[in-house]
Design a protein around this ligand. Structure first.
Ligand SMILES: NC(=O)c1ccc[n+]([C@@H]2O[C@H](COP(=O)([O-])OP(=O)(O)OC[C@H]3O[C@@H](n4cnc5c(N)ncnc54)[C@H](O)[C@@H]3O)[C@@H](O)[C@H]2O)c1
Length: 315
């Protein structure tokens, strides 16, 4: 299948591109190499894809409507996995308009180009943040009501609405995937897991934002399995949570890291604005329709991530 992966030079994108190349798909990556984190690192992620086989790469900002349409006309992809966005909650508080541009406007350009050029299936990378602050048990897909707590989440929620609108206008198959705190090799350097491991390796104390907060950490390989399964599944429009359904308290995370770094020290910095207290995915829908079943425990995922850091990241 001809698959276009936007944001393919990013963390999730580089793993997904490799998987699709390995499965024999014709893969094209579109990425502007946004400086949200090091461009050098994104180039290394492109090399990581290259190790798996041939693919095409276009450096393009999807905010450029004309060039985006031109590229889609040229490629005529059968499926588009739209991962391109600027992620991260904290920076969205400082630069909310950037998120309107990169997470909403660029998405509209991709949706319009996909619709106009006959793309059969659009898969959109959304986020657990669209659930806002919910208390109690795991969240089901229908529980996102728009009561979000950060500009990043508002942008993702809005982009989901545009996906629905363009599905209605063009009739392509639409899959909205809500990822829950993804980590693993090549994990985004701005995320807690990567920051903590990097600091631990340098014998530096790790900053904690709040107490008893929980995150449904999901290992990258499980996320890729979920994206792949959803690409092959036939439906008109579906939303799926892709998480572990195993929330880990910050104290538990520190304890697992301490098994690897016995001298680990942490410092409490207090809760950050825009952060939700808990995330916990109900994954029964993805399990039932896609056969999605996370395989990698948090202990094993952290062990593999530390191994990767030691082998690939200078520290
Ligand atoms: N990593 C997670 O835990 C997580 C959780 C929930 C949702 N998501 C979503 O999954 C997607 C991928 O996340 P990631 O962690 O791989 O992030 P990432 O920053 O590593 O990858 C995103 C890529 O998109 C590219 N990009 C951004 N704007 C672009 C534009 N206008 N044109 C072309 N390229 C552009 C960036 O250069 C980057 O390489 C994002 O949409 C993110 O919001 C990620």
């Amino acid at each position: 299948m001809k698959v276009l992966i936007t944001g393919g030079a990013g963390f999730i994108g580089c793993h997904l591109s490799r998987r699709f190349i390995e499965k024999g798909h014709e893969v094209t990556v579109v990425d502007m190499l946004h400086p949200y984190y090091s461009i050098e690192r994104k180039k290394r992620q492109l090399f990581f894809i290259e190790e798996a086989g041939n693919f095409s790469f276009y450096q393009l900002n999807l905010l450029d409507e004309e060039k985006t349409m031109q590229l889609f006309k040229e490629l005529k992809p059968e499926a588009v996995v739209h991962l391109a966005a600027i992620p991260g909650v904290a920076p969205s508080l400082k630069q909310p308009l950037e998120y309107v541009d990169y997470d909403i406007k660029a998405t509209i350009n991709a949706l319009k180009a996909a619709g106009e050029t006959g793309t059969k299936h659009v898969l959109f990378a959304s986020s657990s943040s669209v659930y806002g602050n919910q208390h109690g048990g795991p969240v089901k897909e229908e529980m996102a009501t728009g009561q979000v707590v950060s500009p990043y989440a508002a942008a993702k929620y809005s982009a989901e609405s545009f996906c629905q609108a363009y599905q209605h206008l063009y009739g392509f198959q639409l899959t909205i995937l809500r990822f829950f705190t993804v980590y693993g090799p090549w994990g985004r350097p701005d995320m807690a897991m990567a920051k903590f491991i990097k600091k631990a390796l340098k014998d530096q104390e790790i900053p904690l934002y709040g107490t008893h907060t929980t995150r449904d950490y999901t290992y990258i390989e499980d996320i890729i399995n979920g994206i792949e399964a959803s690409m092959y599944h036939e439906h008109e429009t579906e939303i799926f949570n892709l998480g572990s359904s195993y929330p880990v308290a910050i104290e538990q995370l520190v304890s697992i890291l301490t098994d690897h770094f016995p001298k680990l020290k942490s410092i409490q910095k207090g809760k950050r604005a825009g952060d939700v207290n808990h995330t916990w995915a109900d994954i029964s829908k993805a399990n039932k329709l896609l056969g999605y079943k996370p395989q990698v425990t948090i202990e094993e995922g952290i062990r593999r991530t530390i191994e990767w850091f030691k082998a690939y990241e200078a520290y």
